[in-house]
Write a protein that binds this ligand. Structure first.
Ligand SMILES: Cc1ncc(COP(=O)(O)O)c(C=O)c1O
Length: 403
């Protein structure tokens, strides 16, 4: 273990991500980079599949290893983690498993949630008659105080993104979680923009359930996600979908076993597992999970956040409109530039921002535009040179373009 106060050799870690030196990669908020070790793990599995049809025990080992590593990363038990396809599936699994009662409400801020954490709630409103208590966000910050004020005895669920997809600020999770716990309301978190980048402690943050996918901060493939669900809640939830892996046959039963009419749901989050898994994605996510556990999530967070501060401060010195202004506790691993809301989901109507984006893209900087703003998103493979290169390019753009 390297964690604690040991000095981490982030330059050696960077070399394990080929993409980190081939471009200036600031696009983890869309998808993170793959490690060489992930490629090797996938190749091993593909070779077995191609030459021998595949090694099923090794495939299951990859899934169970990923499940328990992820659980350690977020301070949970392996039995509190289900395997899903993506964030959407995890959120929907929980929302559809709640036994909604007449008069129940859910509290959320639609302005700042990704569409995939909006439509499951709109669907629940139509389908189960859930009253949505929608709180507006003024300045890109989750309106946590107003959300807390909206919670009452009929609140069955509250949802938040731990870090928003745009403009990427942190939400005060513990404040909301604590009040949810007092009201026995389920606190459901979309954690995909923070897990793997920032330290996550589901116990300290009073999180009841959290959905992530593996292709962003967890540095894995598309098509796999994890769903954390605290035991106390999982055991009260009835999954909308059920298949073999969600049924409790006891230890060591074959995957094709069929029990009698006395079947029961798996204890904990495993009741949300369905059938066979995305085994390649499980193999791919193990090396980065091992690396994160080895370094320590607090060290990863400290590194990424310090790079984000350097980038935000540098942009402000150049005179660019950094969302949130001076770097402060709101910053995670994402620095946003421009004015939020000046475009569709993946574009901007601001010609200056479009021009800056094009200039950076021409110079091999990878980033994305979301809701009108330029998103520069970082991970542990980024370094100070990346930051200074982007600041240098942004300064050149400013001197040579008339906006
Ligand atoms: C906050 C947030 N939630 C959800 C998603 C995507 O959801 P899914 O994994 O279901 O495609 C994204 C990005 O793609 C996101 O940034």
């Amino acid at each position: 273990m390297m964690n604690g106060t040991a000095i981490v050799d982030f330059e050696a870690i960077r070399k394990r991500f080929p993409g980190a030196v081939e471009s200036t990669y600031m696009n983890t908020a869309a998808r993170g980079l793959l490690m060489r070790d992930s490629r090797a793990a996938i190749d091993t599995m593909l070779d077995a599949r191609m030459h021998e049809g595949g090694d099923k025990p090794a495939m299951f080992d990859a899934v169970e290893g990923a499940r328990s590593d992820f659980a350690r990363l977020i301070n949970a038990g392996a039995e509190e983690v289900a395997i899903t396809k993506n964030v959407s599936e995890g959120l929907n699994a929980i929302i559809a498993a709640i036994e909604w009662r007449p008069g129940d409400n859910a509290v959320l801020c639609l302005d700042l949630e990704h569409p995939n954490n909006v439509y499951p709630w709109r669907h629940a409103a139509r389908r189960f008659g859930v009253e949505l208590r929608v709180i507006s966000a003024g300045d890109g910050v989750m309106p946590v105080d107003q959300m807390i004020s909206a919670i009452d005895g009929n609140t069955r669920a509250v949802t938040l993104s731990s870090v928003t997809f745009a403009p990427g600020f942190r939400s005060d999770m513990a404040a909301v979680g604590r009040v949810c716990r007092e009201h026995d309301a389920l606190f459901l978190v979309d954690g995909v923009q923070s897990v793997g980048v920032l330290k996550t402690d589901v116990a300290a943050e009073y999180i009841d359930a959290m959905a992530v996918s593996t292709q962003k901060g967890l540095l894995g493939l598309y098509g796999m996600g994890f769903l954390y669900c605290r035991n106390d809640w999982a055991n009260r939830l009835t999954p909308a979908y059920l298949a073999r892996f969600g049924v409790d046959f006891g230890e060591g039963a074959h995957e094709a076993a069929l029990g009698g009419d006395d079947w029961k749901l798996m204890p904990g989050a495993r009741r949300f597992d369905l059938g066979n898994y995305n085994f390649m994605a499980a193999a791919a996510v193990r090396p980065p999970l091992t690396l994160m556990l080895d370094i320590g999530p607090d060290q990863v967070e400290a590194r990424v956040v310090s790079l984000a501060h350097r980038l935000a401060g540098g942009f402000l010195n150049i005179g660019l409109p950094v969302c949130g202004g001076e770097p402060g506790p709101h910053l995670a691993g994402l620095v946003a530039v421009g004015e939020i809301g000046t475009g569709q989901h993946d574009g901007t109507d601001d010609p200056a921002m479009q021009s800056l984006y094009d200039y950076l893209a021409e110079h091999n900087v990878q980033l994305t535009i979301r809701r009108g703003i330029l998103r520069f998103s970082l991970h542990m493979f980024n370094n100070e040179e990346d930051i200074d290169r982007v600041l240098e390019l942004a300064g050149q753009w400013r001197r040579t373009h008339n906006f």
